[in-house]
Write a protein that binds this ligand. Structure first.
Ligand SMILES: CC(C)(COP(=O)(O)OP(=O)(O)OC[C@H]1O[C@@H](n2cnc3c(N)ncnc32)[C@H](O)[C@@H]1OP(=O)(O)O)[C@@H](O)C(=O)NCCC(=O)NCCS
Length: 371
């Protein structure tokens, strides 16, 4: 038996949800560039779950279903108040709360297709309320109920801040959600598929996926990018800071990718949004620093920015707390996880690979008293 470290290049399943071919990302065959410019996040959810764009009536229905299912049981917020809240990262809170949501869903263990689709809507709808509710509770504020009249993107910002967002913020946030929605067999999606391939329930699959997304080599990178930008502080410090990171042989968060070799197609949209938003907020230093870092890292290491690099300054410009960046990634990616979970259930086989054994051989058991 031979191994491929990190399963690099291994084709582990077939899927029609999304593809990365020659550095082009598509959802169900639609180029991400087209979707980023034109689609609402609700349209993308429909696309990922149904394999086609919705008609107007179908989109209206899904939009309504999401809006009416956004409220979470109050018990979830009561539990949050009992967390050791000043020490809890919002991704840990999200992981716990999603697991708890299953306890309040009477269909949690119902495995037929229709029940699974209903649960997908409920889960997708409730994640924004969980993320924003936690954010408010830790600030000593009351969670805000969603408004059925608002879009998914606007509702998130409304529940976070208590004010309806302006059009620029809603459009930017919608685009960020569209860009993060799915990404072929990334680590968290694979985790979700492995989990439900045991015929475990959707909530378990999403809880497991959130755990995988939390890591800094995956979704956790965006928060660390902002920490790096904050540490650097100004464009003048970029050169020396990055040189030090190189000298210490550390990784620069937001750069590199396992699959893309000529750049992440999502990065240019986020770069553009970062330029525009930082201009509006009068804090173009975040964009300028990011551009300079990109220049150095690309020229010296041949590494290109990934989705997480410019999303950091985008979310910061929207006034979002830095440790909420990864939960926002989850808020979007849950749409892709759910699409993959539904696809896995449709044609399931247990995912159970092998490991090459490299431990000691022919050991002899020695009784405890003789060791
Ligand atoms: C995304 C990532 C995990 C892909 O990893 P991977 O395919 O396993 O690639 P490796 O970590 O094996 O890296 C290959 C080489 O490039 C280097 N490299 C990769 N990403 C790097 C980065 N961000 N900064 C500095 N060096 C990097 C590695 O040090 C390694 O060099 P070596 O061969 O001299 O040891 C990796 O690029 C990374 O850690 N990036 C930073 C975290 C991040 O932005 N994650 C979000 C991904 S969307």
């Amino acid at each position: 038996m031979s191994t491929t470290r990190g399963l690099e290049g291994v084709v582990a399943t077939s899927s029609s949800v999304s593809s990365i071919i020659d550095d082009v990302l598509t959802y169900q065959g639609f180029n991400i560039d087209d979707l980023a410019e034109n689609a609402s996040f609700e349209e993308v959810i429909f696309l990922l779950w149904n394999g086609r764009l919705p008609k107007k009536s179908e989109l209206d229905q899904l939009t309504k279903d999401l809006a009416v299912n956004m409220q979470v049981p109050n018990e979830i917020f009561e539990y949050m108040k009992a967390y050791p809240i000043e020490k809890v990262h919002p991704m840990a809170a999200l992981r716990t709360a999603v697991s708890q949501l299953a306890l309040y869903d009477e269909e949690a263990d119902e495995m037929n297709e229709e029940a699974n689709k209903r649960k997908a809507v409920r889960l997708q709808a409730k994640i924004p309320a969980v993320v924003t509710g936690f954010s408010r509770i830790r600030e000593g504020k009351t969670p805000i109920a969603p408004k059925e009249s608002l879009s998914f993107a606007a509702n998130f910002l409304y529940m976070l801040n208590g004010e309806e967002p302006d059009e620029t913020s809603e459009t930017a946030f919608n685009k960020a959600l569209v860009l993060h929605a799915d990404h072929e067999l990334n680590a968290s999606t694979f985790t979700a598929r492995v989990c439900v391939a045991t015929l475990s329930d959707i909530y378990s699959g999403i809880t497991a996926a959130i755990g995988a997304l939390k890591g800094p080599l995956h979704g956790g990178a965006n928060e660390r990018v902002m920490a790096m930008l904050s540490d650097i502080g100004s464009v003048d410090n970029v050169d020396s800071y990055i040189q030090k990171v190189f000298d210490n042989k550390e990784k620069i968060m937001g750069f590199g990718h396992r699959v893309y070799k000529n750049g992440d197609p999502r990065a240019k949209h986020l770069r553009d949004m970062s330029r525009r938003l930082t201009n509006i907020t009068g804090e173009s230093k975040w964009y300028d620093m990011s551009m300079k870092i990109e220049d150095i890292v690309t020229n010296e290491k041949g590494l290109l920015p990934n989705v997480d690099f410019y999303s950091a300054s985008v979310y910061h410009s929207l006034g979002i707390d830095h440790d909420l960046f990864t939960p926002i990634f989850a808020t979007s990616r849950v749409s892709g996880w759910l699409a993959h979970i539904l696809e896995q259930y449709e044609d399931n086989r247990l995912i159970r690979p092998r490991a090459e054994y490299v431990g000691p051989d022919k050991q002899e058991y020695i009784p405890l008293e003789k060791r």
